[in-house]
Write a protein that binds this ligand. Sequence first.
Ligand code: RAM
Length: 352
Amino acid sequence: MMFNRKNTGLGGRMVPLVTLTAAAALALTGCAGGGGTQGETSAPVEEQKITFIPKQLNNPYTDVVLGGGKKGSEEAGFASSQVVGPLEASASSQVSFINAETQAGTNVIVIAANDPDAVCTALGEARSAGAKIVAFDSDANPDCRDVFISQVVAKEVALIQTKLIAEQIGGSGEIAILSATANATNQNEWIKFMEEDLNTNPAYKDIKLVAKVYGDDDDTKSFQEAQGLLQAHPNLKGIISPTTVGIAATARYLSTSAYKGKVALTGLGLPNEMRPFVKDGTVTEFALWDPAQLGYVAAFAGKALVEGKITGAAGDTFTAGELGDRTVEEGGLVIVGPPTVFNKDNIDQYDF
Ligand code: RAM
């Protein structure tokens, strides 16, 4: 199975991913979902349109996720697939894009919410117009979507990061978290579990979390926040950055500073972005999942929803193409796969 990085060529705000093969798709828009009532739909996927709305377009992680989304949409048989979204991951930046999809009669909206509640009203309107809503990467309020495709079990990915930082700083000292945006559902959930772990696990009693800062998944701001952390906390021994943008920017800062190899850095990163920093000794170990699988599974969940095979209820099952069967858990949650830890010994085996 190959889920290597694919460049989706995101030059603008809207990118057609699959040629519209069925002219009938347009005629069917808006009548697929039975007024948002789940389980009534049984329209063939070949007549359905799917749109992906990531947190932001200018994010290398997003490109990999959308590569998987494209592959999944094609294999699932959607009539058309496209990507729209904001350039910045701010709370309400996705609303106008959702509204435009509702107007266009899109049948499946796949969204990584920048803010769980800010997108809710717009998603509710899309559902009333018949759309199915698949949240992925970063959940929307569960009241506003049908399923949430989560890359990993949130607690598991949080505990990997506390374990890695504890190992890398020798079990004691000050640490900080450099996150994405302050409202990001996914990062905030991981941070909650990390704080709980740091506060309750006896093995971490000598580790002190002294700061949480937000680089907004913007490379420049993340770089500056990393610099600011080191200035404000001269005794800092480690940084956890649970965002691919944050960890890459922080690594870049550390790699040319006096802190290189002295202040530990771990979190969630793309192997292709982190490779030079692992090789030059700035970073020892970090984690991630295969982002392409997230987009791929989301497309197949969209297919199962529009075909009326699942409603998002616990126990529902669907087949996610070559990745096999997935079961919907309590709360409409679908888990894609386990995270991987990357270091100098294995990083060259990954290409995303
Ligand atoms: C960033 C984004 C994304 C997150 C990854 C780990 O690219 O914040 O939502 O899942 O990092």
